[in-house]
Design a protein around this ligand. Sequence first.
Ligand code: M6R
Length: 606
Amino acid sequence: MCGITAYVGNDNALPFLLQGLVKLEYRGYDSAGVTIIDSANKINTYKAKGRIKNLEELLEGNHVEGKIGIGHTRWATHGVPSNLNAHPHTNNTYTISIVHNGIIENYQELKKDLIEKGYHFNSQTDSEVVVHLLDYYYHGDMHEALKKVISIIEGSYALCVVHNDNPNVIYITKKDSPIVLGRTQTASLAGSDIPAILDYAKDVYFMEDGEIAVLTKDDITFYDADDKLIQKELIHIPYDNEAAQKGGYDSFMLKEIHEQPYVIKETLRGRVENGDRVVLPELDAIHDKLPSYNKAYFVACGTAYHSSIFGASVLEKLAGIPTITQVASEFRYNDPIVDENTLAFFVSQSGETADTMAALRLAKQKGATTIAIVNVLGSSISREADYTIYTLAGPEIAVASTKAYTTQIVVMELVAMYIAQALNRNSYDYRKLIEGLSSLPAYLEEILKDEEIFKGYAKLLEHERDCYYIGRGLDYASVLEGALKVKEVSYIHADAYVAGELKHGPIALIEEGSIVIAVATQPNIASKTISNIQETIARGARVVLFTIEGLDVQGVENTYILPNVDQLLQGILVAVPLQLIAYYTAVFKNCDVDKPRNLAKSVTVE
Ligand code: M6R
C-alpha cells in the first residue's frame, strides 16, 4: 500500500518528506517521488523506481530546496512499477502536483473524457486523472476545484495537492484511505500513517471522509463534508514508532488479520456493476473464447493452494467447468493433461514462488491459457501469465499468510461468476452472491469483535502437541488452512481431515482430551459433519465448532455461530477466527508470530 508525506513550514521540506517515506517503508513500495515548490515558485518533481535511496541519489545531484512539498511511495495497483507511474503526478503545465493513495474506480471514463478535452497522460495510473481534473476545474481557487473533483471521482483516496499559484498551502482530503496530520512549532505535516509524522508530532489529527484540510506553515484549517469550518480534536499517540508501524497491534500478523474487512472492500472495488454483473476487464480478451475451455486447473502452493481448492469448487459449481486443483510442485512433474482447451489459474501472494512459476511455464508450453491471481503487482508470475487479476490485499509482511488468502477467495468468486455469466449459466442467484460479497467487510468487523472468544479457544491448544481439524466440501479448504496456520506459527502438529474420512483411520488418534476444531457451514452436509463430531466426542474429544444457525449442536463444548451469508462465502468468514486461534496459540507459547522458524515469506527456490 502506498505512503504519503507532506510538509509546509519554515524549514526545508525534503528532510521531513524523505524520513517520513523511510518510516513508511515497512508497508512495501516499488517506487518513490517528491514534489518541492522552490523559492521561485517552481514545481520540481523527482521520481525513481525502486528503493528510496534511488530517489535520494537523484535528489542529491539536483540540490532541491523549498519549504513546501509532498512525497509518496507507490505500491503499484494500476500500471507497472516505473518512473512514469510513480507519484507525484503533475498537470500538463506543471503548475499542480498531487499524491494519491487508493483507487479511482471510474478513472477509465474520466480519462477518456479528459483526453477528448486535450489532456495528455504520462502514466498508466488511475491517480493521474485527479491532477488533470483539478487543472480543468481550477479557476483560481484550489479549495473549490478540489471540492468539485471529489464530487466526481469514485473510489478510495487520500489526496495531497499543491499549486504554484499558492505556494504556501497544501490541500488534503480523503475517503476510505487514511491520512493523519500534525503540527510542530513551525510547520504543518501530514502522513498516510502515524509513523510518518510520529517523530515530529505525538498529537495528531485524523481526518474523516469528505473533510478538506488546508495546511499552511502557521496552522491547519479543517472543513467538513458540507464545507463548514470545523475544529478537530488532537489525539495523543501513546506508542512509539515501532508499534505505530504495526498500526498499534502487537504484530504484523494481527494487524493483517484486522485489515481483512478493508482489503476485501478494496479487492471488490469497481469489480461489480448494477449489483449483479462482475466487471473483470482483465478477462475481457478471452470472454468469447470461454465456451471452448473444457477443463480448468488451479495451481499454487501453501495457503494459495488452500484458497485454490475453494476457488476450484466455486468455479465448478457456477461455471460447470471440470476443475482440478494441484500443488505446484506436483503439477510441474506430473505431466498434466493440459492443452489449448485448458484454462489454468496460478495463485500466489508474492507472485515469485518458484514452483508456481515453473508450473505456469509448463502450462503455457502445453498451450493452456494462463491466468495469474497474485497480490504483488509486476511480480514474475504476473508478468509471465497471459492474464493477471490482482488481489488488493496490500503488502503482507507477516510470513503467515492471512489477508492474501481471503482476498484470493474473493477474486476467485468474482472470476467464477464472470465465467458463469459469460457462459450464460444462470442457475445461481448472482445478485444475492454479490450482495453477500459486499456484506463481508461488515460481518468480518463483527467477527473481529469476538476476538476474546477465539483467544479462549486458543487457550485449549496452548499445551497440546497435536490437534485435529475437520470439515466437508468447501469447509475442507477452511480446515486445511486453519491447520496450516496453527502449524506455522505455534509449531503444534495440526492435521486436517475430510470429516467423512475420520472413521477410515484418523479416529484411532482421538482419545480423552484430544482437541478437534470443526467447521460445518455448508447446509447440505453440515449435519453430517456434526455426526462426525459426535463420534469424536464419544471418544473424549473436546470440540470447537464453527457453524451456521439452525443445526442441532447439543453436546459440543464450544460452538461459534457464523453470520448467515451464502454458503459459497462462509469460507471467507470462518478464515478469520481460525487465523486468530493460530495467532493466540502462538502468542501463548511465546513464538515469534511474524517470523516463524524455518520459513520465508517468499519461496523462490524449488
Ligand atoms: O507467495 P505465495 O502465495 O506463492 O506463497 C505460497 C506459500 O509459500 C505460502 O502461502 C506459505 O504457505 C505461507 N507461509 C502460508 O502462510
